[in-house]
Design a protein around this ligand. Structure first.
Ligand SMILES: Nc1ncnc2c1ncn2[C@@H]1O[C@H](COP(=O)(O)OP(=O)(O)OP(=O)(O)O)[C@@H](O)[C@H]1O
Length: 635
């Protein structure tokens, strides 16, 4: 398969990236795809076009030959009018008739067959290439670092994968061949017409060239309107999808009418856009009708005078008119194809841009295959910033021994998730090092490390598939026995078997058919199945009722056993059980120790704990119950 190779042309090498191993400030280095790019020069994207054309050169060469035959045949019908009218109709030489009819029929047949073959060869091959490129680009995007996703909107990425590659159809598909075919027809017809009458041809061509100029101008006006329309459409449908998907929030805030207003505003913008393009389109129709009339009149007038002067036979005149008509289409097409090719090149250029982004594991520094790990994680003087000069973490030092639980607590925005991101290898430390079993994570091939990592996030990520598919997401090839076991430990079986379709129940878009607790149980089952050495838990801030909490606790305790666990902790139960608690404030660890040690310290931890404990007490506990919890914790 031709196409794009990773990092081809314009790819950013590790050395170009700021940060120690490229990944650290990769947020700053990742391309912002929304930025307007200068119009691509043909010279710049020639390597890509060459890579697409080379493997298909024989196909394209054969198509060109077919195209020449096709266009030559298309001229037989208009040219046949000369012998038909002059020889058969006027001179009554009937023996010429079968030759004319036979030639027309044969030419038409050959034209039909070559058109059919061209579509079969080129269109199918173009579409196949689009499919291949989509797969290639999606795969590449999937392997780009998290920082890249931070920088770019999902919609933009979807467009890169789905729409931009479509342009290649015009380069490999019918576009180029049509273009050349159009030029050939135009040249052939021009020569033929000039031979019939130089003045008439020059006059009609001047008018037609002026018309082509008008059309091109009109397209220049219309094209941005169409582009704008696609944008408005995406915005309106995007917002509509969100408000339909978030119907609970919309209704909860009684925001139906404001959502209706937002939608009405969007529809109005769309209408204004369509109306303005309709004006341009109708001007185009008007001018083409007028031009047709003018050219028709000129040809009629000049043709009649030529005939009167004995310089043009009636058959010659009809042929002339027919060829002129046949030629108009390819010439108008030329204008269109020209734009299509420009857009295809712009699409290719954008695809090239995204393919040039370096995949996570493409960093030459990341060459170490880590193999099975024990799960010792050590932060040595780690510093990190998402944006240059705005450090988020400063000199973080800690060790998480295999099989222990490390809880991260601290106020919102203090840097807990960032610490976790570094453990996951989503970002790379800019100073200091994150060591896993003594190996600097910055040098480790992330695919070898991530397979030993499990994450249970507070926003459980469910696909619109069955319960089974969602659990098996972490290990699609797991045996049914392992699947059942994971579901039983995480207590997914309890609610799944209550649905008529059991594990085959579709969880609905974003899992709306499941309660928050059920969703969490599902994601715990998923993590149990993955059997990771390092486990990341991002606990839900919103407390679950005590029954759900107990259900989840069972699965969680099992899951955490023997694994190095990092928790962004909100549940008091988790915090109390942690082997070490790191209190993070403004990117620094301000306190560390176990619950008991920190509790008596009367510092920041005690403050946070008391505040949360008070909150939980007020929310869920009957008066007096809270004290029992504290007693237990001290025991
Ligand atoms: N992708 C990002 N780009 C730029 N800045 C970021 C990014 N992610 C987080 N930050 C910033 O880094 C700081 C630490 O954020 P982080 O998410 O680590 O905090 P947190 O302690 O996990 O907060 P919370 O408890 O609210 O989730 C914040 O000031 C945040 O604005």
């Amino acid at each position: 398969m031709g196409g794009f190779s990773r990092g081809m042309g314009g790819g950013m090498g590790a050395a170009d990236r700021p940060g120690r191993h490229g990944g650290g400030a990769s947020r700053a280095a990742s391309a912002d795809l929304t930025k307007k790019r200068p119009k691509p020069k043909f010279r710049d994207i020639w390597p890509e076009i060459r890579a697409l054309i080379l493997p298909r050169r024989w196909l394209l060469a054969a198509s060109f030959c077919l195209m020449i035959v096709n266009r030559a045949c298309s001229l037989v019908l208009p040219m046949s009018f000369k012998p038909l009218v002059d020889t058969v109709f006027i001179k009554h030489q009937m023996q010429v008739l079968p030759i004319v009819v036979g030639a027309v029929m044969l030419a038409t047949l050959v034209q039909g067959l070559t058109s059919y073959t061209l579509t079969q060869l080129l269109s199918k091959s173009g579409q196949k290439l689009i499919a291949e490129l989509r797969v290639q680009v999606q795969k590449h995007v999937g392997h780009l670092p998290v920082a890249f996703y931070d920088e770019n909107r999902t919609g933009t990425l979807v467009a890169r994968i789905m729409s931009d590659v479509e342009g290649v159809r015009n380069i490999i598909g019918t576009g180029v061949v049509d273009f050349v075919g159009g030029v050939l027809t135009a040249i052939f017809a021009f020569v033929y017409l000039m031979k019939q009458s130089i003045p008439m041809t020059l006059v009609t061509f001047t008018i037609m060239i002026a018309f082509a100029g008008v059309i091109q101008k009109a397209f220049k006006v219309i094209r941005p309107i169409f582009r704008e329309r696609a944008k408005i459409n995406a915005e309106v449908t995007g917002r509509l999808t969100e408000s339909l998907g978030g119907v609970r929030v919309v209704k909860g805030y009684h925001a139906e009418s404001s959502e209706a207003n937002v939608f009405a505003g969007g529809v109005e913008r769309l209408l204004a856009n369509v109306v303005s393009s309709l004006t341009a389109q109708s001007i185009m129709t008007l001018s083409s009708t007028v031009i047709l009339g003018v050219v028709g009149g000129v040809v009629m007038y000049m043709g009649a005078r030529l005939n009167y002067a004995g310089k043009m036979t009636p058959g010659g005149y009809f042929s002339y008119v027919m060829i002129l008509a046949f030629m108009t289409a390819p010439i108008v097409q030329l204008v269109n194809i020209g734009t299509q090719l420009t857009e295809a090149m712009a699409g290719l250029d954008r695809t090239r841009e995204i393919m040039g982004e370096m995949e996570e594991d493409a960093d030459p520094a990341r060459s170490f295959e880590i193999g099975p790990i024990e799960g010792n994680v050590r932060f040595v003087d780690v510093g990190f910033s998402y944006v240059p000069d705005k450090p988020v973490l400063h000199n973080i030092n800690f060790e998480a021994k295999p099989g222990t639980v490390t809880a991260l607590v601290g106020s919102s925005g203090s840097g807990k998730s960032t610490v976790i991101s570094l453990v996951c290898g989503f970002h790379t430390a800019q100073s200091g090092a994150v060591l896993v079993d003594g190996h600097d994570l910055a040098n480790v091939k992330l695919s070898s490390f991530r397979s030993q990592l499990g994450v249970v996030l507070q926003e459980t990520f469910l696909f619109d598939g069955t319960i089974r598919e969602n659990v098996l997401f972490s290990r699609p090839d797991a045996s049914d026995e392992d699947f059942q076991r994971a579901c039983s430990i995480a207590r997914v079986d309890e609610f799944a078997t209550r649905f008529p379709e059991g594990y085959e129940t579709i969880v609905g878009e974003r899992g709306v058919k499941l309660s928050g607790g059920q969703r969490q149980r599902l994601s715990i089952a998923r993590a149990i199945l993955a059997d990771p050495r390092i486990l990341i838990l991002d606990e839900a801030t919103s407390s679950l009722d005590s029954e759900s909490e107990a259900m989840i606790q069972h699965g969680l305790s099992f899951l955490m056993q023997g694994r190095t666990t990092f928790v962004i902790a909100h549940r008091l139960s988790t915090i109390r059980r942690a082997d070490q608690i790191l209190v993070v404030e403004q990117g620094r660890i301000v306190e560390r120790g176990t619950h008991d040690e920190l509790y008596v310290l009367h510092g920041r931890y005690r403050e946070l704990y008391d505040r949360q404990h008070g909150l939980e007490e007020n929310l869920f506990l009957a008066p007096g119950e809270g004290d029992v919890v504290v007693e237990e914790s001290k025991a």
